[in-house]
Design a protein around this ligand. Sequence first.
Ligand code: HEC
Ligand code: HEC
Length: 262
Amino acid sequence: MWRTNLKIVGLVVAVLGLYTLVANSIPQLQSELPQAVELSGDVTPEQLVAAGERIYNGAGGCTACHGLGTRAPNLLTDEGGTGTIGARCGSRVAGMSCKDYLYQSLTEPAVHVVEGYQPIMQDMRRTLPADQIWAVIAFLESQGGTIDVTADDVRSAQQPSGGGGAAPPAGATASLDPREIMTANGCLGCHKLGDQGAAVGPPFDGMGGRLTSDFIRTSILNPGAAIARGYEAMAGVMPPTFGQQLTAGQLEAVVSFLSSQR
Ligand code: HEC
Ligand code: HEC
């Protein structure tokens, strides 16, 4: 009798495990727009951390890479014996404070690439307003460190031309030249084109010979719709935000350029 019971328990656990696996592998179809997080100029550290946590787990898209294993460093748990991110941020780069390191990690991620990882993270100013970036930094500091993001950081971030990292316009360029559009939007951070670019995703060379222009357009607007063969482990890495970042004209310029790569 107990054997049968054990078998049933085992089966239930296996089925639940399978469902969890399947649920985790279903790509997020619609990118969440950064929700309006209310951050007034006299926000408290606790409010900042709470807002930052919501952004981290939601619109920030951080969990597409962080916390899933080997694609990106753990932030909320230990990373190779160096501690959680709040505990290690102040000693990552000699002479750089925790706050400055985190701000640079989010806005110029290619300047200090953590050893053992690919530079696939993009400038978060493309998708998050500056005050939300400060909220995420406060949340990361709260993971084992000291929260020293202040209402002043948030206030100066909210000034249109203030210091503290005013956001560049989304899309970063108004050009209709496909190479310029792809450089400004970071495509070459992950795709190879001739002797440029990195091999995180499939190469742009020869893409027109392999894929129709409709397929290329869909892949850019909704990277989760079909995962390129051989790149299954990279599912979810391509940002789902290009539909908002590119104008219609820029999208068509890129699609026709890639379709012409034979
Ligand atoms: C496309 C995948 C991806 C996304 C999305 C992403 N990151 Fe990263 N991140 C990485 C990788 C890979 C690294 C390590 C390489 C590097 O330093 O650039 C990294 C590095 C970092 C570091 C430095 C970690 C350390 O140990 O010093 C921080 C902090 C960070 N990311 C925060 C964030 C936050 C916050 C978000 C969301 C707003 C985010 N990342 C979104 C891939 C990603
Ligand atoms: C952070 C890395 C990253 C960035 C930035 C990125 N991609 Fe990708 N891309 C990938 C990965 C990984 C894949 C393969 C997995 C998949 O299909 O989602 C992919 C797939 C594609 C595909 C489908 C290719 C195929 O063989 O099915 C196209 C087209 C594409 N990307 C175009 C672009 C364009 C255009 C840009 C810039 C506007 C861009 N990508 C930016 C990582 C990235």
